[in-house]
Design a protein around this ligand. Structure first.
Ligand code: GLU
Length: 594
């Protein structure tokens, strides 16, 4: 199977969505499994919507995921700095070893025009001159009659010689394909035989009024010209495939193997889209109560006007740019549901974990582990070895965020601590560079400075790792160690429960252990924990009796990493200062609570 050539063919109109990433992953995996080639083609014939920024973003997302393409636009990773935790480094991806490029469709117009001319010549395609308004009116009339709109071939009523003369004379027109009047059967590796009746298919457009080819035309010409043998793409494209097959036959091309991948949706069955971000953000803004001042500040953070913001809040169809949404969310300190690969990278997911999870959306290896459970956790090498079209499923896959989060947490928590530290550093370096993506910037920079220092970095990593599921959250587990001693905020409930109750009370214990702290040397996790344990045992107290009041004094809350680690991170001086401050602030005798 050395001749397998797969391609991923994104339209550069936005960031790479997880659905696209899953398609790319399967194309990559099939090519690797078969010792074939994986190529990347940029479908930028929609001139109004394609951007260079989106192309770059897609290339970077694929590289971050570790999906190296053998042919396609070049990306020199040694010059990449922004996506620091990527799976690939220091290589140049892409290139054109077989001479089948260029890989941007906008640079291949000659090829499409040549094929279109050939079809016109053979009367398998024809120019049509209706204006968009006329076509729209016909569409509406069909709708009113409750019929599916199909182009009525009105242009064919014009004698052929006249049609061609008008086209050559420069009259605005589209070129349509003369769809054969026969049913088309698509053989699909996932869905089996899919038969589409002739009356479902009309004479679709091959070249638009602006002279650019449609997706159908360019895709068919390129799949042939680039020698693509296997087309894997989302099920939403199934409707296009009979057209592609008919066009391939007309042009005498091969028909590649098709596999249409199941749709990925939210757990409630809705489509996974940018709308989910809108929903979360709108819900949050509404829950704040919409005072005018408030909206003004939020709009300013997003770089939009208050009117635009109000319109967006009130109208389901109104859209704001992804950047505006992201900026507002950061300003409000909330995280929007991740949809694009970039979102997952920013939240601190690991690329190989995301690939592992994506692979399970529509595919499974069909293997059991020693305990008889389905094999679900695997890396890229496993996919290279085991991926196959036979095990693709038909059913829509539900994107289970909890499961992905659990996968990521498991992987992070199992890493050797020094690996965890270097991955955390790399990720944080990117976050700091893109400061606009960070809510509490000064705290993050402080963490960055501290992580850079080896011993301190390791201590922070040890404390954060056991509870970190994504890097975005890791800072929360060590926040107490980054704030100034006099900036700890004591949680009311914790004060009542841990400091005021009990005999002796937490406050009393704090007063007593304060001296003990002074004497602990070296002030390191094990020594600290040993000293406090011994102190508790001498008095017949459970460890928690001392640990919880100390946690509240040091962090403000009852939840923190191991006690020894928590205290060691703050240092002896800091611990004493925090205990003193807590005794002063939380003693009911001193006006009760802070
Ligand atoms: N440019 C199309 C898209 O992004 C590609 C579809 C295909 O793979 O044929 O959806």
């Amino acid at each position: 199977m050395g001749d397998v050539i797969t391609r991923f063919a994104p339209s550069p109109t936005g960031d790479l969505h997880v659905g696209g990433a899953r398609t790319a992953l399967f194309c990559w995996a099939l090519a690797r499994r078969c010792g074939g080639r994986f190529l990347l083609r940029i479908e930028d014939t929609d001139q109004a919507r394609s951007t260079e920024g989106a192309t770059r973003g897609i290339l970077e997302s694929l590289a971050w995921l570790g999906l190296d393409w053998d042919e396609g636009p070049e990306l020199d990773l040694s010059k990449q700095t922004v996506w620091g935790t990527g799976a690939l480094t220091d290589v140049t991806l892409g290139g054109d070893p077989r001479g089948v490029g260029p890989f941007f469709q906008a640079r291949r117009l000659d090829r499409y025009n040549e094929a279109i001319e050939e079809l016109i010549e053979r009367d398998l395609a024809y120019p049509a001159f209706e204006s968009p308004e006329e076509l729209e009116a016909k569409r509406k009339a069909a709708q009113a009659r409750k019929e599916t709109y199909r182009y009525d071939r009105a242009a064919l009523a014009i004698p052929r010689a006249e049609r061609l003369a008008r086209m050559r004379g420069g009259e605005p027109h589209v070129v349509r394909f003369r769809m054969p009047d026969e049913a088309i059967v698509v053989r699909d590796e996932v869905l089996g035989e899919v038969r589409v009746e002739a009356d479902q298919l009309d004479d679709f457009v091959l070249r638009k009024r602006d002279g650019y080819p449609t997706y159908h035309m360019a895709c068919v010409v390129d799949d042939e010209g680039m020698g693509v043998t296997h087309v894997l793409r989302g099920q939403e494209h199934l409707i296009n495939t009979p057209r592609h097959v008919a066009l391939q036959r007309a042009l005498g091309y091969r028909t590649p193997v098709y596999a249409h991948l199941p749709i990925i949706c939210n757990p409630d069955g809705s489509k996974m889209s940018k709308r989910d971000k809108d929903k979360t953000l709108k819900g949050h803004i509404r829950s704040l109560g919409a005072g005018a001042d408030h909206l003004g500040a939020i709009a300013e953070a997003g770089g939009v006007s208050v009117e635009e913001l109000e319109h967006w809040l009130g109208d389901k169809r109104a859209q704001l740019s992804p950047e505006a949404l992201a900026k507002m969310a950061i300003d409000l300190g909330i995280v929007l549901p991740e949809i694009n690969v970039r979102d997952f990278a920013r939240s601190g997911y690991l690329p190989e974990v995301l690939c592992n999870y994506l692979a399970l959306l529509g595919w499974n290896p069909g293997l059991k582990d020693e305990e008889g459970r389905d094999v679900e956790r695997f890396g890229m090498d496993f996919l290279r070895e085991h991926f196959s079209l036979e095990r693709l499923g038909k059913k829509a896959s539900r994107f289970d965020r909890e499961k992905l989060l659990a996968f990521n947490g498991e992987t992070l928590q199992r890493m050797p601590v020094d690996h965890f530290l270097s991955a955390w550093r790399r990720w944080l370096g990117v976050a700091i560079e893109n400061r606009r993506f960070v809510h509490d910037f000064s705290l993050w920079r402080r963490l960055w400075e501290e992580l850079k220092e080896d011993a301190r970095g390791l201590a922070l990593a040890r404390a954060a790792q056991p509870r970190t599921k994504i890097f975005l959250d890791a800072i929360e587990h060590v926040r107490f160690a980054l704030v100034d001693d006099d900036a700890v905020v004591f949680d009311e409930k914790a004060i009542r429960k841990v400091l005021h109750k009990g005999e002796p009370s937490g406050l009393e214990i704090l007063r007593q252990v304060r001296d003990l702290i002074e004497g602990i040397d070296p002030f390191e996790p094990e020594a600290i924990e040993g000293a406090i344990r011994a102190w508790c045992e001498e008095r017949g107290l459970k460890m928690g009796k001392a640990a919880q009041p100390l946690r509240v004094a040091i962090t403000g809350t009852t939840v923190s990493p191991g006690l020894g680690e928590t205290l060691a991170l703050v240092g002896k001086k800091g611990v004493s200062a925090r205990i003193d401050r807590c005794l002063l602030a939380c003693d009911p005798g001193n006006n009760g609570g802070d």
